[in-house]
Ligand binder design. Structure first.
Ligand SMILES: Cc1ncc(COP(=O)(O)O)c(C=O)c1O
Length: 348
């Protein structure tokens, strides 16, 4: 059980950095104390929102820029064009500032004001596009990106959903950090899946060290993701032929590295996020809480000595105008969640 520490950390451990990009990776691993108190396994959270841009995506942004520059695909002064959901856009815009690459972000309509304003602060241009329409729709961000590339020179689109430099970033950094931080004792790794880069790259490294490590992808049961439906229907537990279940898996998922995929509803995860904040003081984005929820359920039937690591991709602060906002909850049919955590009187 943790308690208030009596001293500040040893000042001789503090370091000085030459560039903000040196502040990517080597993020802390912190024990979950209260929520895991009576469980046989230890549960830790890898706080990747400690990366300088505030999310896991700093790792891949740095690697995508580095590898594309080395391959001559990204030339000096080229503009980065990005179609992600916010975190990757911020990470690329930030690295682009240091590398002297301006950014254009094809932003989805519901990109949070916090993220949009950060992008503007970093000087990124934004133009509208959608991610929740068919991939052939002219309004889909990827179609718009292809159009820009066809019409203009000097543009570079990293394609995080398919480039190997995405999972490779986690293979080269996240995996080795976790192996080091747990002294090789990690038995389970859980991370939310979008492009699949985190689970695939980290999983590849961990499985190379110990094939017995369980790598578990987590997802919300959004109807827009057929592969999430597959998880919900529990067809994804290495049943024979499961690789062929759905042709629409994210391209960067290496199914060989994923031992199971677990889905939870957004409602139960948002609700749990408040509980996590008020028991552990851990302020985690919804995808991180999703993985933590699955991990704590799993830890109940784990072996003594098991070391379960949950990956935290971003901070709760990025969601205070939406999922973690009382008014938002009340206008999105989650008034009962708002009642529970804010009291039953509507916000004024
Ligand atoms: C907050 C958050 N969590 C999890 C993920 C999933 O990471 P990956 O794309 O590596 O599967 C992302 C990626 O977009 C993310 O932004």
């Amino acid at each position: 059980m943790a308690s208030i520490p009596e001293q500040f950390p040893d000042p001789s451990l503090s370091r000085t950095y030459e560039s903000i990009l040196d502040l990517i990776g080597n993020t802390p691993l912190v024990r979950v104390n209260v929520l895991a108190r009576d469980l046989p396994a230890s549960v830790y959270v890898k706080l990747d929102h400690f990366n300088i841009g505030g999310s896991a995506k700093d790792r891949i942004a740095l690697n995508m820029l580095r590898q594309a520059s080395a391959a001559g695909e990204l030339r000096p002064g080229d503009r980065i064009i990005e179609t992600g959901q916010g975190n990757t856009s911020i990470a690329l815009a930030l690295a682009g500032v240091i590398g002297a690459h301006p950014s254009t972000v094809i932003a989805k309509p519901d990109l949070s004001p916090e993220k949009l304003n950060l992008l503007r602060m970093l000087g990124a241009a934004t133009t509208p596009g959608k991610l929740d329409v068919d991939k052939s729709d002219p309004e889909h961000a990827w179609v718009i990106a292809e159009r820009h590339l066809a019409e203009h020179d000097g543009l570079w689109w990293p394609r995080q959903h398919s480039t190997a430099s995405n999972p490779d970033a986690h293979y080269a950094s996240t995996g080795p950090e976790l192996w080091h931080q747990t002294g090789g004792r990690i038995t389970h790794f859980l991370a939310a899946v979008a492009t699949g880069g985190t689970v695939s790259g980290t999983g590849r490294f961990l499985h190379e060290q110990n094939p017995g490590v369980q790598v578990i992808g987590t997802t919300f049961d959004l109807p827009s993701k057929p592969w999430a439906d597959a998880a919900l229907n529990k067809v994804f537990h290495r049943a024979p032929g499961w690789e062929d279940l759905d042709p629409d898996w994210p391209e960067n998922i290496d199914l060989e590295q994923i031992d199971a995929l677990q889905a939870r509803t957004k409602e139960e995860v948002i609700d749990f996020a408040f509980h996590v904040a008020r028991t552990e003081g851990l302020l985690l984005g919804p995808s991180s809480v999703l993985s933590l929820k699955v991990a704590l359920e799993l830890a109940g039937s784990a072996q003594p000595g098991d070391v379960i690591v949950v990956y935290s991709a971003d901070h709760a602060r990025d969601y205070t105008s939406a999922e973690y906002n009382e008014q938002w909850l009340r206008t999105n049919d989650l008034g009962h969640v708002a009642d529970r955590w804010f009291g039953s009187r509507p916000a004024t």
